[in-house]
Design a protein around this ligand. Structure first.
Ligand code: NAD
Ligand code: 89Y
Length: 345
């Protein structure tokens, strides 16, 4: 029987139900979802009632004081992550923060150092690398059939109405790179390795948003691979592939291309084969979000398993700093028109 871990979730807004369902489903693996908290008491109470969670709070400090938590899952927006993570660490509790890690590089470094000083586990809920299609692509790359990748294009281009669920996007000071580009950059690191240089152009195409809604990044990886990483909420092409990350990867012996509708074309030598990705539909999932929802479950499962084993999660705070560093470099590259080296902590 796995050790039981008492979990408290902070933030019961738009995205939180995906975490609450996941922790419930992970009960056989040791997850005990015992408390939820939201600064808006109505949201906390509704989440507790909806998910059968025994206790709800409108104050995170009270939740941490009154419960012997083994993990706190912070599903609030990034501006609150530094203070809430510090609060968890003061109470000696391991923490997860949703992406984006925090509004600034200094905040991210401070959260990581806070965890390390306290000797506590820290993970970032970066879920794209846990998406079933991207894991299959990684498996193909690792098998070596196309050889070591030399060039890639990884893109998330959509016109899905993300503003309906996440209206705060209108007012972000730094928008698409931190919200969406950060996922795509993480996929680039996951598939192609670390990044040594970044160029970037940003655009604000929707006049209703304050910051960039389109980013085109050019990464040089330490392996020599070059990748084009794209993120936009203003692509009006059909079919709209939301929420798929599409990619083309070329190696010396072949190539992988993914197409809307969860399809992959793989060329090896002179032969091209096609495959449809198997995308699980969890019992609580709702298309078009089901692939993302499955990845949230898998991210939570990886974090829980890592905590049980006393090792770092795949998306540990330290790991996610490297993804954030590329985004930080992208903003500087866009502002200066120069290629920029990602900062190091
Ligand atoms: P939201 O604004 O809908 O919900 C956040 C909730 O946190 C609100 O209900 C708010 O009252 C609560 N809150 C804020 N400060 C608090 C505090 N100090 N104590 C307790 N509660 C507090 O936001 P959302 O859309 O659910 O996004 C939350 C995070 O999830 C963001 O970082 C977002 O980028 C991320 N997100 C991730 C994905 C993904 O695929 N990984 C998708 C969507 C959103
Ligand atoms: O906020 C974004 C994210 O993190 O994943 C999907 C999303 O909700 C909208 O593109």
């Amino acid at each position: 029987m796995p050790e039981r871990i008492a979990i408290g979730v902070i933030g019961c807004g738009f995205f939180a139900p995906n975490h609450l369902h996941s922790w419930q489903d992970l009960a056989p693996q040791g997850a005990d979802l015992i408390a939820v908290c939201d600064a808006d008491a109505g949201k906390a109470k509704a989440a507790a009632e909806g998910f059968g969670v025994p206790r709800w709070y409108s104050d995170a400090e009270t939740m941490l004081r009154e419960n012997n938590l083994g993990l706190v899952d912070i599903v609030t927006r990034m501006d609150t992550h530094r203070a809430l993570a510090a609060l968890a660490f003061r109470h000696g509790v391991p923490a997860i923060v949703q992406k984006p890690f925090a509004p600034t590089w200094d905040d991210c470094v401070a959260i990581v150092e806070g965890a390390e000083t306290a000797g506590l586990f820290l993970a970032v809920h970066e879920n794209f690398r846990f998406q079933a299609p991207l894991r299959r692509v990684k498996e193909v790359l690792d098998s070596g059939v196309i050889g070591d990748p030399s060039w890639a294009r990884i893109s998330f281009r959509t016109h899905y109405d993300v503003y309906a669920g996440q209206p705060y996007f209108y007012d972000e000071e730094r928008f698409v790179i931190l919200d969406l580009g950060i996922h795509v950059v993480d996929v680039a690191r996951f598939l192609l390795g670390e990044v040594e240089r970044v160029s970037c152009e940003t655009q604000q195409r929707n006049p209703k948003v304050k910051a960039e809604d389109t980013a085109t990044m050019l990464l040089r990886h330490t392996s020599g691979t070059v990748s084009l990483v794209e993120a936009t909420y203003e692509s009006k092409k059909l079919p709209d592939s939301f929420p798929e990350t599409l990619l083309e990867i070329e190696g010396p012996r072949g190539a992988i291309v993914t197409r809307p509708g969860y399809r992959m074309e793989m060329t090896i030598g002179d032969e091209m084969t096609e495959e449809t990705f198997e995308v699980p539909m969890l019992h609580w999932a709702k298309p078009p979000w089901h692939m993302v929802q499955d990845s949230v479950y898998r991210t939570c499962a990886n974090i829980l398993e890592s905590l049980h084993q006393g090792c770092e999660a795949a998306t540990s705070g330290r790991d996610n700093l490297k993804t954030y560093a590329v985004c930080e470099a992208a903003y500087e590259a866009a502002a200066t028109g120069r290629a920029v080296e990602p900062p190091k902590a």
